[in-house]
Design a protein around this ligand. Structure first.
Ligand SMILES: [Zn+2]
Length: 221
């Protein structure tokens, strides 16, 4: 039986391993590579290596970054007392595009999913609580998606944050109208994004106007 040359077969196999790419698409990609100008393919292969070798997670917020600390965490003009918790670096891109948020972020790198065996330890939750304990945030916005898993993650974080307010002396989680604490550290408000989008929509697919509205109408939890 006639088959493609070995390198062509291996390239098709490599493309087929990519998420959302089936055998037919992998074959089309391989033919694109075959017919593309040499410079195009050279740039593509260099970029693949650059992304793989140079892009890391920010040590503070787990956004994608070339530097150890990302450009948002290291920007002094942003409001470092306002924290938005998202599930994926893609959500940061979507929120930044809306232009309505000038705080900082924390990326969980996923959501709780008992069905897939993803528990709190598999997400950057421990790191989130460490930041909350060390930095004085006046507001934490829970920006996980409005599907079952996103809501469950948000609920879990809300409960943990409320438990934290009981156990810490420094800050307090707002229950609506608490007074400022004697040591000068204000209380911390926890809010949830008002999505106003169909159930199951991830933040990255939400349009700018909806996302902007979601920030303006965020509700205290
Ligand atoms: Zn960062």
């Amino acid at each position: 039986m006639m088959s493609y040359p070995e390198f062509m077969v291996r390239l098709i196999d490599a493309f087929a391993k990519m998420p959302g790419v089936g055998a037919r698409t992998a074959e089309r990609f391989a033919f694109y590579v075959l017919g593309a100008p040499y410079e195009t393919v050279e740039t593509l292969s260099k970029l693949l290596l650059k992304v793989n070798g140079n892009i890391h997670y920010c040590q503070q917020c787990f956004n994608l970054s070339e530097a150890p600390i990302c450009h948002i965490c290291s920007d002094p003009t942003r409001d470092h007392s306002l924290l938005c918790v998202v599930q994926d670096p893609k959500d940061i891109i979507a929120i930044e595009r809306s232009g309505d948020f000038h705080g900082v972020y924390h990326v969980l790198l996923g959501v709780l999913s008992p069905l897939e065996g993803i528990g709190p330890k598999d997400l950057k939750i421990k790191e989130l609580f460490l930041r909350i304990k060390n930095d004085a945030f006046r507001e934490v916005v829970l920006g996980t998606s409005s599907d079952t898993e996103g809501d469950a993650t948000s609920l879990y974080l809300t409960k943990q944050l409320q438990a934290l307010s009981v156990s810490t002396k420094g800050g307090s989680v707002s229950s609506g109208k608490g007074a400022r604490l004697p040591d000068g550290q204000g209380e911390m408000k926890v809010t949830r994004l008002a999505h106003g989008v169909p159930v199951g929509s991830a933040l990255e697919f939400v349009d700018k106007a909806t996302l902007s509205r979601a920030f303006k109408q965020r509700q205290e939890v």
